[in-house]
Design a protein around this ligand. Structure first.
Ligand SMILES: Cc1ncc(COP(=O)(O)O)c(C=O)c1O
Length: 472
């Protein structure tokens, strides 16, 4: 029975090209805009990112070659195994076959290394000496510290305060790879000092941490400090597609032409994109696949947010992005899945949702921790709270298949390991965790709050109804 518990690909099979969904969406992507409402140019962004990365960010080329050195770095842990969750299947008594791509197998413990390696490599080519970044749960900061160490670049990480306090060993992990990690909001930047002056107990948010990291990059007039983002932007989604491209080959090895359901947890969208985008192309070409991003009920960007232009950070340093958003000034509650506490979402994922290609789902944290325990007690691994959202979604789908008596194939990514997240497990086991559901008042306030900033409406532009001068 346990025939294909672990499906391994030869390292020579690491993909040679990334897949860019922006090339295939039914309607073209809307451009990022500057504060003046005009499409932003590469030059305007070059204080923040190196040009080689910006070219990728703006590309609508369908396939983009992966540099050989990037493939070689990735070989440390890629191809990641595709595993079958036999023990969970048995526990649930489901006829569904559950496969998962195990991205927790990377040195820093999550999928984030896939983009960290690529981004650091491009920065190295461009002459960058220091990279600044933000991190939520600490997974991205760890992955970037690791990649920077491999390629001789300094790394400075602003870690959202609530996670910094919940996960103290993440800082040590970053330091192990020579990364410098500070709690955000910090006193090191103007925006950090401003936030702390207004609220000395602020628990932080990814939007604040991004502002701090971007501020340092923009203020370095030598141009040798650049900023790197661990999610949201198109180039990050692109780098993660090796997950889904490998998974496709691995499913073919066990005779599966296509999965029926694809699931990934979604914070800024990169892990989800990694598994989903290659299968989204199949769906656009007619395959029947239910593709589900799973997010927390406390930060329900895709399920309840507005699709509109908004900033990626608190101070408005980033361009305006067309995306689902809860408002860049929204500070999500202190759930343990720190990596899912982001007000916005990848513009490509957002647009695919608008086009009806995905069915987003939001779940409360206690259901997700329960799923993480079920997982640990059947499959064995202790997983990241972020990944537990995917597992909870998988359990729902597997039980649905049982009710319907259907032998579905469910595929998902296990985005990270949870050995640094034991404080969250401890609280759950002691019954101390609570669920947060964003109130309707809060949702209703997003439009009026954003109206203050006079942001252009994305949906009107997408459907061609936009007129110059139209404002939210
Ligand atoms: C393990 C893990 N999974 C998922 C996420 C969510 O981020 P994204 O949506 O960019 O993949 C994070 C973010 O920190 C993470 O650490």
């Amino acid at each position: 029975m346990y025939e294909h518990v672990k499906i391994e690909l030869d390292p020579r099979e690491i993909p040679r090209r990334w897949y860019n969904l922006a090339a295939d969406l039914p309607t073209p992507m809307l451009p990022p805009l500057g504060a003046d409402g005009k499409p932003i140019t590469l030059q305007q962004m070059s204080a923040i990112f190196p040009e080689n990365i910006l070219e990728q960010e703006m590309s609508t080329q369908q396939w983009i070659e992966i540099p050989e050195e990037v493939r070689e770095h990735l070989m440390r842990w890629h191809p990641t195994p595709l595993r079958r969750a036999y023990w969970l299947e048995q526990h649930l008594g489901t006829p569904a076959k559950i496969y998962y791509k195990d991205e927790s197998a990377s040195p820093a413990g999550s999928h984030k290394g896939n983009s960290a390696i690529a981004q650091v490599w491009y920065n190295k080519q461009a002459g960058t000496k220091t990279i600044t970044t933000e991190t939520g749960a600490g997974q991205w900061g760890s992955a970037l510290s690791f990649a920077c160490k491999l390629m001789g670049i300094e790394c400075k990480v602003f870690m959202v305060k609530v996670s910094f306090e919940q996960k103290p060993f993440r800082k040590v992990l970053m330091q192990t790879w020579d990364g410098k990690c500070v709690s955000s909001p910090s006193l090191e930047t103007e925006i950090g000092r401003k936030v702390l002056a207004e609220d000395p107990n602020c628990s932080g948010s990814l939007a604040i941490a991004i502002s701090e990291a971007v501020e340092l990059a923009v203020n370095d007039k030598t141009g040798c400090t650049k900023y790197a983002l661990g999610s949201v932007l198109n180039h990050v989604m692109l780098h993660q597609t090796i997950i889904g491209l490998e998974a496709k080959k691995q499913l073919e090895m066990v005779g599966i032409r296509k999965p029926d359901v694809v699931i990934g947890c979604a914070g800024g969208g990169s892990n989800f994109s990694g598994i989903a985008f290659p299968f989204t192309l199949d769906k656009i070409n007619g395959a029947e696949i239910d593709i589900i991003p799973v997010e927390p009920t406390s930060c329900p960007t895709l399920t309840r947010g507005l699709f509109t232009y908004d900033y990626g950070d608190l101070s408005g340093f980033t361009p305006l992005l067309p995306m689902h958003t809860l408002g860049h000034d929204y500070i999500p509650s202190s759930i343990h899945a720190g990596g899912l506490r982001y007000h916005g979402m990848s513009p490509i994922v957002s647009q695919a949702v608008v086009e009806g290609l995905y069915n987003p789902l939001s779940l409360p944290q206690t259901e997700c921790f329960e799923a993480a325990l079920t997982w640990a007690r059947t499959e064995g691994w202790v997983i990241a709270p972020e990944s537990s959202h995917a597992v909870a979604g998988v359990i729902r789908e597997a039980l649905k298949a049982k009710e319907e008596g259907k032998e579905k194939t469910i595929l998902f990514t296990l985005s990270g390991q949870g050995y640094m997240d034991l404080v969250g497990y401890d609280k759950y086991l002691k019954g101390e965790l609570q669920d947060y559901v964003l109130s309707q008042d809060n949702i209703d306030s997003i439009g009026p709050r954003l109206a203050k900033y006079g942001l252009p409406r994305a949906e009107e532009r997408r459907t061609g109804k936009w007129q110059p001068g139209n404002r939210e």
